[in-house]
Structure formats: C-alpha cells, structure tokens
Design a protein around this ligand. Sequence first.
Ligand code: 5GP
Length: 129
Amino acid sequence: MASIFTKIIKGEIPCYKVAEDDNYFAFLDINPNAKGHTLCVPKKEVDKLFDLDEETYNGLMAFSRKVALAIEKAVPCNRVGVAVVGLEVPHVHVHLIPLNVMKDMTFQHKISMAEEEFETVARKIREQL
Ligand code: 5GP
C-alpha cells in the first residue's frame, strides 16, 4: 500500500507544498515542532534512510540543503536543525526545523498553526528557492 507521503506527492492528500523536482518533494509538517518545520521526501518509497541507494541518498541531502537555505531566509530562526526519525511514517523523510531553543528539536513540544499561517510560511519559503 502506498505510504501517506506517496499519496501527498501524488496529490491524493493535500499538503502545504514547499518544493518539488523530478525525484524529491518538500512540504510542511502538519504537526510542527516550530513554524516552518518542513519534510523533504524522496519520491522513491523506501522506509529507512540508510537503505536508500547512494544516488538517491545524496540527492535527498542536496535537495534538503537547498530547502534549508530557503527556510533560513524565510523564517526568523537561529539555524535550521536536521533530523531523520521515521518511527511514524515508513517513507524516508528529512525533518528541517527552524530552531531557536533546544526544545524545538525534541518532537515533544509542538505548536499549533492556523491554515493561513501554514499557507503564508510555505509561500515565503517557496519565494526563497
Ligand atoms: P517520523 O516518522 O519522523 O517519526 O514523523 C513523521 C512526521 O510526519 C511527523 O512529524 C508528523 O507530524 C508528520 N506527518 C504525519 N502525517 C502527515 C500528513 O498527513 N501530512 C503532513 N504534512 N505531515 C504528516
């Protein structure tokens, strides 16, 4: 069965899209640690990061770097943190999280955002790409 992220990539489930190329897709995390929390996903559906073939792995990192640099310009923050967890969704994704304090990285401190805020921050990141 297709993962929830494959359904998002195919447009079957809505998302706040940030970036896309032939092989990768980026969108806002629906339950963010911080405003601008973004997920970068390979279109190829693989569960675990280090099971990716080397080309896809390196491509995902290059794509994530581009998105992270855009987040840094678009979202006021000290820096952008990176995490790969995957305990909830078995489709590789890189978390890019605008950080100001350590708890932004804990995944136990979540923020709530209105729909318009998601739309605005996604647009601001897209404009920096
Ligand atoms: P992990 O698998 O790395 O533990 O966490 C999965 C992440 O995906 C979580 O931060 C969660 O909020 C996010 N997530 C799960 N389902 C959806 C969804 O349907 N849409 C979006 N945008 N994010 C999701």
